[in-house]
Design a protein around this ligand. Structure first.
Ligand code: TXD
Length: 321
């Protein structure tokens, strides 16, 4: 009981107060996850969004505080940090330009967090995700169980949504299993995905063709929304996905999520981050769950790992690691 009474409020720092950052702050406060510090390099944006959000709390009686800042001094001793800092790809921008710019930003963020919040749990969202989470971990030197990349939870949520559209079943009774990188090299596992407990391939009406269509649409999930919005990318579902991961850590829920996690031999991979099923609890990544994969599934996961190795090689070539 004493422990319970001593429960302290978590301090959550959001590095990047853009489209996703603002929604992370809103969802963190609505779930009562902790006090929020919204950080950005742009003057005024984090302060304005935090003040506006704070003014929303009396309406529904939320008890957490919010501040916006441009100073890392306010991020000091954060318990959990979610990073969306970066710039989205602009038309005509090369992959290298994007990687160069975002790697510079991630290096700056990692260096500052190492100084002000060396014990924080960190969830990286910035793209190219698999490279950015790897870069963060290398530059910050944070323990591998404390650094998580968010992509798989979003990809699985998209897949579950498409399955719900197709079957008319509530998303609450649909689970989807995805591994690997974010985007093209994603590896969905229909045989480990369920509708009401029935494996996807056995669910009435879900032909292999329909399943493949949904897989393709999930793989292109980000691009589909970018094409519709024209300026910017998805932000509601990415924010909800990262908040679910943060909640599992902060409340020690021990949920299973697909997370871009550091491998030290698991699935045969070493020294890279890739999307795998993990248990998230008070120690961050409590465990990487090693499941049996068919030769075909392992080959697809290896392709994902190769893509991540390619991004690592780019980071090396651009002298970031
Ligand atoms: O599933 C996933 N991981 C992806 C990730 C899903 C969707 C979006 N994906 C990526 O997240 C996207 O490609 C971007 O790289 C990030 C953030 O997306 P968001 O839509 O929030 O981008 P914004 O609105 O441009 O916000 C980025 C903010 C912006 O306010 C900048 O001023 C700020 O980042 N920024 C910085 N903050 C802190 N420190 C530095 N150096 C910095 N530079 C820019």
């Amino acid at each position: 009981a004493l422990d319970y009474m001593q429960h302290k409020r978590a301090k959550i720092a959001l590095i990047g107060a853009g489209q996703i950052g603002g929604n992370l702050a809103l969802m963190a406060v609505q779930k009562g996850l902790g006090d929020v510090v919204l950080f950005d390099v742009v003057e005024g944006v984090p302060q304005g969004k935090a003040l506006d959000l704070y003014q929303s709390t009396p309406v529904d009686g939320y008890s957490n505080t919010l501040i916006g800042t441009n100073s890392y001094d306010d991020v000091k001793d954060a318990d959990l940090v979610i990073i969306t800092a970066g710039i989205p790809r602009k038309p005509g921008m090369s992959r290298d330009d994007l990687l160069n710019t975002n790697a510079k930003i991630m290096t700056d963020v990692a260096t500052n967090l190492k100084r002000v919040a060396p014990n924080a749990f960190v969830i990286v969202i910035s793209n190219p995700l698999d490279a950015m989470v790897y870069l963060f971990q290398k530059v910050s030197g944070f323990a591998k169980n404390k650094v998580m990349g968010m992509a798989g939870v979003l990809d699985a949520a998209r897949f579950r949504t498409f399955i719900s559209m197709e079957t008319g079943v509530s998303v609450a009774d649909i689970s989807a299993f995805v591994l690997g990188g974010h985007g093209d090299t994603m590896v969905p596992l229909p045989r480990y995905s369920y509708v009401g407990g029935v494996p996807l391939p056995d669910y009435p009406g879900l032909t292999p063709q329909k399943i493949e269509e949904m897989v393709v649409r999930t793989r292109n999930g980000g691009g589909e929304i970018v094409a519709l919005l024209k300026t910017g990318s998805a932000f509601f579902a990415p924010a909800a996905s990262a908040i679910a991961m943060a909640e599992s850590v902060l409340r020690d829920q021990r949920r299973v999520f697909p997370v871009a996690v550091y491998c030290d031999g698991e699935y045969g991979y070493k020294d890279l981050h890739i999307g795998l099923p993990v248990i998230l609890g008070k120690n961050g990544v409590e465990k990487i769950i090693e499941i049996k994969l068919t030769a075909e599934e392992k080959a697809a996961l290896d392709k994902s790992a190769e893509a991540v190795e390619g991004l690592k090689a780019d980071l090396k070539r651009l002298n970031f690691i």
